[in-house]
Design a protein around this ligand. Structure first.
Ligand SMILES: C[S@@+](CC[C@H](N)C(=O)[O-])C[C@H]1O[C@@H](n2cnc3c(N)ncnc32)[C@H](O)[C@@H]1O
Ligand code: SF4
Ligand code: SF4
Length: 383
């Protein structure tokens, strides 16, 4: 029998031991997810389809990743074109197996939106929408009810002055708060969420937004960090630095511990084993092009709409291609290892969980991640 190491026994730290066990458990789950991802890259399965129904918008947000405005583009997809694509997808995979995330621009500027969603429902699709919430009124709520919307996420980027300045729409804050209160009574909704995009101009107000959401009875809050895409790329004074990210992450951890609201960090960025599952209830897993696809407002077939719009990344267009053919045969770039193009990621021991971070912030010019949390979180980054 080995001799008892008295020093080890005396120095035994229960907390460190439990932390280590917890890490091992997480690593096992992350390995399983990595294995599943490898399989999906070989055999993709469309689960989430983003419908960017328009690029028009009634706001002019400083961070808008899709640089939206109020001009009416000549090439906006028609109701009939979208419905044809939805029918093709339904015939191949069954509408009920694909969730539609309606987004924009501002989806509610489209007058025929609920006609399209009525058709989608007739094919069995479930659907949700991200909206700036400014155009919601009683009539719209009635249409949401008729088309059985399941999830709504409303964007709120601060208290009144900050939000309205940032979104460039005076008076919008009160409308949103009023609409949030009304939507809480909408029975068909499975989830009503508020999305806040943390940036340099609203960090000081996160605590106040938290208290406001508790006051009005909001149960789900998604707190993302601004990605350097679209208008945010040019407005770099709103982008977060290391301290900013650390502030947001500590804020989320603290509020999650309080347990008064279901608060989650956005889906971007691998956070390292110690932070994974601490800031959101799922492990990082950028599924773009392997279970996430999109149809953009001009009919282009794309991956997640938050990825940089580059000609070479567009996979087809529903005006000339069948979405299903494209989904099954294209998306090559999204289905291969990015490490092969970047030496730093290739050497990184986190690669099998991080995969070069989310495609939102991949730098396609230089083949490198624009954001690497390992650099930002430093010593707290464990694997
Ligand atoms: C593009 S908008 C479309 C829907 C709607 N117009 C709205 O603002 O909610 C979808 C979400 O993306 C967020 N978003 C826009 N630009 C972003 C960026 N650069 N980084 C992170 N999130 C961004 C918005 O705040 C919003 O919550
Ligand atoms: S973030 Fe949404 S509301 Fe703001 S400009 Fe872009 S599409 Fe419009
Ligand atoms: S270098 Fe950064 S982005 Fe690349 S795999 Fe490692 S942690 Fe991810």
């Amino acid at each position: 029998m080995d001799e008892l190491d008295i020093e080890k026994v005396l120095n035994f730290d229960e907390n460190e031991f439990l932390k280590d066990v917890f890490r091992q458990v997480k690593l096992e789950s992350m390995k399983t997810i990595a294995k599943e991802k490898k399989e999906l890259m070989k055999k993709p399965k469309l689960v989430d389809l983003f419908l960017e129904v328009t690029s028009r918008c009634n706001a002019r947000c400083e961070h808008c990743g899709s640089s939206c405005g109020d001009f009416m583009p000549k090439d906006e997809i028609t109701k009939e074109e979208l419905e044809k694509a939805l029918l093709d997808i339904h015939n191949a995979y069954g509408g009920k197996n694909v969730y539609l995330f309606v987004t924009g621009g501002e989806p509610l500027v489209r007058k025929d939106l609920f006609d399209i969603m009525k058709y989608a429902r007739s094919l069995g699709y479930n659907w949700g929408m991200t909206t700036n919430g400014m155009l919601i009124n009683d009539k719209i709520i009635e249409k949401m009810k008729e088309t059985e919307i399941k999830t709504i996420s409303i964007s709120l980027d601060g208290l009144k002055e900050t939000h309205e300045k940032f979104r460039k729409v005076p008076g919008s804050f009160d409308i949103i708060i009023d609409n949030l209160k009304k939507l809480q009574k909408l029975d068909c909704l499975v989830e009503l969420q508020v999305t806040t995009v943390a940036n340099k101009k609203n960090l000081h107000e996160l605590e106040s937004v938290y208290n406001l959401l508790l006051d009005i009875g909001i149960k789900n809050w998604r707190l993302a960090t601004v990605d350097p895409i679209g208008r945010a790329k040019a407005n770099d004074e709103i982008l977060l630095d290391k301290d900013g990210y650390n502030y947001v992450f500590n804020f989320i951890k603290e509020k999650r511990q309080e347990g008064k609201i279901k608060l989650e960090y956005g889906c971007s960025h691998y956070l390292g084993v110690d932070n994974e599952m601490e800031l959101r209830d799922y492990y990082f897993n950028c599924g773009t092009g392997i279970h996430i696809g999109s149809i953009l407002s001009n009919g282009d077939i794309f991956a997640c709409p938050n990825i940089e719009r580059r000609k070479e990344l567009i996979q087809g267009n529903i005006r000339k291609d069948n979405f299903v053919d494209v989904w099954e045969n294209k998306y090559e770039l999204f289905r291969k290892k990015r490490a092969n193009t970047n030496a730093k990621c290739k050497r990184c021991k986190s690669y099998k969980y991080c995969h070069g971070d989310s495609f939102h912030t991949w730098n396609f010019d230089d083949n490198k991640p624009n954001i690497c949390m390992k650099e930002i979180l430093g010593k707290d980054f464990y694997v």
